[in-house]
Design a protein around this ligand. Sequence first.
Ligand code: UDP
Ligand code: MG
Length: 314
Amino acid sequence: MKKAVKLAIIIPCYNEEEVLPSSIKKLSKLYADLQKQDIITANSEIVFINDGSKDKTWQIIENAHKKASYIKGICLSRNFGHQEALLAGLYNTDAEIYITIDADLQDDINAVKPMIKKYHEGCEIVYGVRNKRDTDSIFKRSSAVLFYKLMKLLGVELVANHADFRLLSRRAVEAMSSFKEKNLFLRAIVPLVGFKSDCVYYERQKREAGCTKYPLRKMILFALRGISSFSAMPLHLITLSGAVISTLSFLLMIWTVYGYCTGSTIIGWASLMSAITFFSGITILFMGIIGEYVASIFVEVKNRPTYIIEKKLD
Ligand code: UDP
Ligand code: MG
């Protein structure tokens, strides 16, 4: 039998009053089970990070803390975002191992035990990977497949079908804290940390209550953040297509001059219009792509704090 470990379960919460009471119940049961089986120590914690919720989320966390002292809370001064809330939890809690999970518990908490087992086998990082996506809408499913394919094409190492349900050892969290970037896309940062890692597979459930805190707009911005902070490939592609387009334009110019010299030029409104619209479109698109990177640099150089803690329950 392995020695019990000090575990911290980190849960970011943004307007989760509908689902939180049920999640607290389930997590408390898991906590009691793990302790009974001597897998975790008595000073293990469940830490909720209130990410600037406008509903009763913080009151629910406070009440839970009053009833059970192993339930802790960190209240951020405003809404910073999911990834930022995760870091606030990881960097302000002391534990031997950390497991991050979403407040709606769509990810299966039964995977926690196998994750800890992998830690004892020497893994510093254990990725929770969903084996099916049939609880997702067709749109979310196909956009996810497309996104993973695109990221692979762009040379970004990602664990497919893994979001932010994972185990990190203290060593992995310390190593992660040396990544100072502000454009947080944790699922691509974590593999860069290295160390021995493995996956645990589970089935993801539907959200039990409340609605998603990742509407389409946030999803697109998150995907752009992932691309612009992990791959310079789009910039290389712009250069490459610039070279191809210039070569073609040069050939076109020779052909035009030849036509002029041989007297076979015609008044070509259609071809002129096509060329203008095509090239203006491409120019604006390329400027936009470069703009994404400039925006990324803009955020990094300002070096603003990733999160601000207003109060803590410990
Ligand atoms: N979340 C957060 N801050 C935000 C948005 C989301 O802390 O600004 C949390 C949210 O409370 C949940 C997790 O991030 O615990 C994932 O959100 P959600 O379950 O809505 O995403 P989905 O499962 O729909 O992708
Ligand atoms: Mg969810």
